[in-house]
Design a protein around this ligand. Structure first.
Ligand SMILES: Cc1cc2nc3c(=O)[nH]c(=O)nc-3n(C[C@H](O)[C@H](O)[C@H](O)COP(=O)(O)O)c2cc1C
Length: 164
C-alpha cells in the first residue's frame, strides 16, 4: 500500500492542508509539490490538492489532472477564499473531477484559505468581483487547527474506503 500526497500551492495554504493529510496516513507515503512528481506509477491512492483560482483549477495544475492514468484512485482537496461548503468551491471540485475524467474519485474535501490581501484589494474595487472579495476577507486565519483536523479525518475516511 503506497500513498502519494501532492499539491499545488502559491501562498502555502494548500501545502499546510497537504501536510496535515500526510500526517494522518500511516502506510508507505510520499509528500511532493505537483511540479516535482515525475511519475504516478505504483501509488494505490493519490491525494491531490489545489487552491481554487477563478472558481476552478489553477492552469499550472491542469496537466497533472489530465495525465492521471485510467482507474487511478484519487482523493481531491482544495483551499479557497469563499465560504466552506458553498456553491463556488463545489463547482471548482466538480471542474477538477471533469478534468481528471479517467481517474476514480474516492472523495473530495475543501476548506477556506486566507486570500492574498493585494488580490482582495484589487477585486473589491471591481463591481463584478466585489461580492466575492468581501466574502473572501472572512477566510483570514484559515486554514486553522480545526480545518487541518478535518483534513486528517478526510484522509482516514478515504483510506478506510479502500480497506486501510
Ligand atoms: C489568482 C488567484 C485567484 C483566486 N481565485 C479564487 C476563487 O475564484 N475562489 C476562491 O474561493 N478563492 C480564490 N482564491 C483564493 C485562494 O484559493 C485561497 O487563498 C487559497 O487558500 C490559496 O491557496 P495557496 O496558499 O495554497 O496558494 C484565489 C487566489 C489567487 C491568488
Amino acid at each position: 500500500m503506497k500513498v502519494l500526497v501532492t499539491y499545488y500551492s502559491l501562498t502555502g495554504n494548500t501545502e499546510k492542508l497537504a501536510r496535515s493529510i500526510y500526517e494522518a496516513i500511516h502506510v508507505e507515503k510520499e509528500l511532493r509539490p505537483i511540479q516535482e512528481v515525475k511519475s504516478v506509477e505504483g501509488y494505490d491512492v493519490i491525494f491531490v490538492g489545489f487552491p481554487v483560482h477563478a472558481h476552478s483549477v489553477p492552469a499550472k495544475a491542469l496537466p497533472f489532472f489530465k495525465n492521471l492514468p485510467e482507474g487511478q484512485n484519487i482523493a481531491l482537496f482544495c483551499t479557497h477564499g469563499s465560504l466552506r461548503g458553498g456553491r463556488l468551491p463545489k463547482q471548482a471540485l466538480e471542474h477538477a473531477i471533469g478534468i481528471a475524467a479517467r481517474a476514480k474519485i474516492l472523495g473530495t474535501f475543501g476548506v477556506r484559505g486566507k486570500v492574498d490581501v493585494t488580490l482582495i484589494e484589487a477585486l473589491i474595487k471591481q463591481a463584478e468581483h466585489r461580492a466575492w472579495a468581501e466574502e473572501a476577507q472572512g477566510a483570514c486565519g484559515h486554514p486553522n487547527e480545526s480545518d487541518l483536523a478535518d483534513g486528517k479525518t478526510f484522509a482516514r475516511e478515504i483510506l478506510a474506503k479502500i480497506g486501510r
